[in-house]
Design a binder for this molecule. Structure first.
Ligand code: ZN
Length: 365
C-alpha cells in the first residue's frame, strides 16, 4: 500500500429507473419502425445492453468485497441550467417533453423508458456531485457510478445509450461555479467520446484525451488528425488503436502522450470518462484489471502533480457485468492507496511460468 486515501463513490438508485424494454411500443412511430427493421436483421435476439444491472452488480461487489477507504454517498439531479451549459435549449425541451414515455431517441438504438429522463438528470447531477466533493475537499478523489452513460451525447443529439453528456456537464459546472479554469478530461472507454469532443472542440480550457478502438468501430470518429479547432486547436488528442490492443499499448500512450500533454496544460481539475468495455471480456479491446489499475495510477500521478485531490471519475460503458465490476474495483483499490502493478503483455506471465516448468524436461542427463 502506498498510503491510505479517502475515496467517495456516488451511487443513486434513481438511476435504476432507466430501463428501456424493446418489447414496448416506442415513440416516435417512424423511428420505432426503422429501429425494429434494423433489429429484425440480427441473427440473435437483441436486448437493451445498457441495463440497471450494470451498476447494481458493481455496488454488490463492493459490498461483498469492500475496498478500505471507499465510502458511499447518494447523488443529485442536474438542473436545466446545469445541463444547458452543454446541450441546446431545443434538445432539452424535446427530451423533457418525453418524460414518462417510452421513446427511441436515435436510430443507433438509444432508447428511454418512463423513468429515463429522471435517471439521466440524476446521472449528470451525480457527476457534478463527484466534482464538487473533490473541489470542496470532502474527498481526495471520487467515482460517480452512473448510468445512462454520457460521452456519446452531443449538444443536440442523444446517441450510443447516452442522453446527457455527464462528464461534460460536470466539467462545465466546475468552470462556471467552482473556480476551475483548466479541466483535463481523459476517456479510456473502448468507444470514442464523440459528444465530449464536439462539446469542447473549440475550448482551449478543456484538454480532451481519448484512446479508443478506431474507425470503423462505433462511433467512427476520433481519428489521429482530429485535434480541435478554433481557439481549441491542439487541445483535443485522439489515440485510435486497433481491436485487440491492450495494457502495454494503453500504458505507453498514457505515459508518452497524455503525461507530457498534461504537464503542458497544467489542469486544475482532472476528470476521467471511465468506461470498462475496453476490458478483454467485452471483446473490443484487450485490457485487463491490471491495465485499468495502471491507468488509474497514472491519472492519480497527473492529478497529484498538478491539482492534488482533484480527481473525479465518471462511469461510461462496460457491458460484461463481471468485467465492469472487477474493473471498477481494481481502479478503486488504486485510488484508495494500493500500488498499481505494471501490466505485462497478455500471456507473458504464463509463458514465463511455462518456461520455468519445462526448462529441464528435454535436457539429456
Ligand atoms: Zn463504450
Amino acid at each position: 500500500m502506498a498510503g491510505q486515501r479517502d475515496v467517495l463513490v456516488l451511487y443513486d438508485e434513481r438511476m435504476l429507473a432507466h430501463r428501456p424494454d424493446i418489447e414496448d411500443r416506442f415513440l416516435p412511430g417512424r423511428l420505432d419502425r426503422r429501429v425494429r427493421e434494423i433489429l429484425s436483421g440480427l441473427e440473435v435476439k437483441w436486448s437493451y445492453p445498457e441495463h440497471p444491472g450494470r451498476i447494481t452488480v458493481v455496488r454488490e461487489l463492493l459490498e461483498r468485497e469492500p475496498v478500505r477507504g471507499v465510502r458511499f454517498e447518494t447523488g443529485a439531479a442536474a438542473t436545466r441550467e446545469q445541463l444547458g451549459r452543454v446541450h441546446t435549449t431545443a434538445y432539452l425541451e424535446d427530451i423533457y417533453a418525453m418524460r414518462g414515455q417510452s421513446a427511441w431517441l436515435d436510430v443507433d438504438t438509444t432508447a428511454m423508458s418512463a423513468g429515463s429522463v429522471d435517471a439521466a438528470e440524476v446521472a449528470a447531477g451525480t457527476a457534478i456531485a463527484a466534482v464538487e466533493a473533490v473541489v470542496e475537499g470532502r474527498a481526495q478523489c471520487s467515482f460517480a457510478l452512473v448510468r445512462p452513460p454520457g460521452h456519446h451525447a452531443e449538444p443536440v443529439r442523444a446517441r450510443g445509450f447516452c442522453l446527457f453528456n455527464n462528464v461534460s456537464v460536470a466539467a462545465a459546472h466546475a468552470q462556471a461555479k467552482l473556480g476551475c479554469r483548466r479541466v483535463l478530461i481523459v476517456d479510456w472507454d473502448a468507444h470514442h467520446g464523440n459528444g465530449t469532443q464536439e462539446i469542447f472542440w473549440a475550448d482551449p480550457d478543456v484538454l480532451f484525451f481519448d484512446i479508443h478502438r478506431g474507425a470503423p468501430f462505433y462511433p467512427g470518429s476520433g481519428g489521429l488528425e482530429e485535434t480541435g479547432g478554433g481557439l481549441g486547436d491542439g487541445t483535443t488528442i485522439n489515440v485510435p488503436v486497433p481491436g485487440g490492443a491492450g495494457d502495454v499499448a494503453y500504458v505507453r500512450a498514457f505515459r508518452e502522450i497524455l503525461v507530457p500533454a498534461a504537464d503542458w496544460f497544467k489542469p486544475d481539475l482532472v476528470l476521467v470518462s471511465a468506461g470498462f468495455d475496453s476490458h478483454r471480456l467485452d471483446l473490443a479491446l484487450n485490457l485487463s484489471y491490471e491495465g485499468f489499475s495502471a491507468l488509474a495510477g497514472i491519472m492519480q500521478e497527473i492529478s497529484d502533480r498538478h491539482c492534488p485531490g482533484r480527481l473525479a471519475l465518471v462511469l461510461e460503458g462496460g457491458y460484461h457485468t463481471d468485467a465492469l465490476a472487477g474493473g471498477v474495483r481494481a481502479v478503486l483499490e488504486v485510488l484508495a492507496g494500493a500500488t498499481p502493478t505494471e501490466p505485462m503483455e497478455c500471456g507473458l506471465a504464463e509463458v514465463e511460468q511455462a518456461i520455468a516448468f519445462h526448462r529441464d524436461a528435454f535436457t539429456r542427463d
